[in-house]
Design a protein around this ligand. Structure first.
Ligand code: 13P
Ligand code: SF4
Length: 325
């Protein structure tokens, strides 16, 4: 009987001190591990660099290492490859997608662009390389306002795919960008009522929310921004308690760097099945495991490959973002 991929990886790693073996292999192969804040704590602990999507892109562009393992989701690994095309970019699980990236297909964006001549396209970094190839400038939640503020005031703009982020940026910049109707299944599940319930229990807590949350959630948040914005606010604040409306993986770094503070994750209102649940995790981010990191380093596979014609176009709006932010 054929073994599943999971069984094969399990056998490969059985009885090993995986963290030590991974670090050893990184040294031997001149590889670095990049991890997003939403990955499991064990991966964040062995990573060379942990960050938000903007910081990870910057790191990928500047590293001297021969190889990098991007522990995050597929579009993040693609961004690394676009910025470092000569390097080997490994992705522990190619199935680690993103509901937000899935909400904007390149062919649909192409059609929308054709229907709106004269418009520039601003794409959130949570998009495929094919979508980036149709884009004028990429943004992350950490730099979207700064980038949009630098575009000509009379520019006609399309923003996608995250509706909530685009709506917020319209509000804070006074723009009237046309918004794509996409969203993240994790962030759209946070509700005002759950946050207010927590606020009753912890009246002194600061409410922090990621910009992918819906407008009513952002309206009651004291701090709104990217994962890195929330983290650095907590690190610099005098406050002791924080209610956190984003993927719960970030609590690992918050608690590690601020051990004397209390971080309270917001449970979502409803699950995908329609039932109330306590799951505020991105299942794609959680596909990264120590076993898969070990296996991909050992096998130097799976690697990210991008059609060179798409890559040539897709890297330009990312480079433009890095220049403007
Ligand atoms: P950040 O850019 O804040 O890291 O967010 C990435 C992301 O996927 C949020 O869901
Ligand atoms: Fe994509 Fe949402 Fe997961 Fe972020 S949390 S990677 S936007 S699915």
């Amino acid at each position: 009987m054929l073994k599943t991929e999971r069984q094969q990886v399990g056998e490969l790693c059985s009885g090993m001190d995986l963290k030590a073996e991974i670090r050893k292999m990184c040294k031997e192969k001149d590889a670095i591990i990049l991890a997003h804040y939403y990955t499991i704590g064990d991966i964040q602990d062995i990573a060379d660099f942990v960050g938000d999507s903007l910081a990870l892109a910057r790191k990928a562009a500047e590293t001297d290492a021969k190889m990098m393992v991007m522990c995050g989701v597929h579009f993040m690994a693609e961004t690394c490859k676009l910025l470092s095309p000569d390097k080997i970019v490994l992705c522990p699980d190619l199935n680690a997608g993103c509901s937000l990236a899935d909400s904007c297909k390149a062919e649909d964006l192409k059609k929308f662009k054709d229907e709106h001549p004269g418009y520039q396209v601003i794409s959130y970094v949570n998009t495929t390389a094919a979508v980036k190839a149709l884009t004028d400038v990429v943004v992350t939640s950490g730099n979207a306002k700064k980038v949009v503020d630098q575009l000509p005031k009379d520019a006609k703009l399309i923003f996608g795919p995250d509706y909530n982020l685009g709506n917020y940026i319209n509000e804070v910049t006074g723009r009237n960008m046309l918004l794509w109707n996409g969203g993240c299944h994790v962030h759209e599940r946070f509700s005002v009522s759950k946050i207010l319930e927590l606020k009753e229990e912890y009246p002194d807590a600061v409410v922090m929310a990621h910009l992918e949350c819906k407008a009513p959630v952002l309206a009651i948040a004291d701090v709104k921004g990217s994962t890195a914005t929330m983290l650095s606010y907590a690190q610099q604040s005098d406050k002791r308690q924080f209610i956190v409306a984003t993927e719960a993986g970030i609590l690992h770094e918050m608690q590690r760097t601020c051990p004397d503070r209390l971080f309270i994750p917001v449970p979502p209102e409803i699950s995908e099945s329609g039932l109330e649940c306590s799951c505020n995790e991105c299942q794609y981010m959680k596909m990264n495991t120590l076993e898969k990191v070990y296996a991909c380093l050992k096998n130097e596979s799976p690697q990210i490959k991008i059609d060179p014609k798409i890559a040539k176009k897709a890297v330009k709006p990312i480079e433009r973002m890095l220049e403007l932010s």
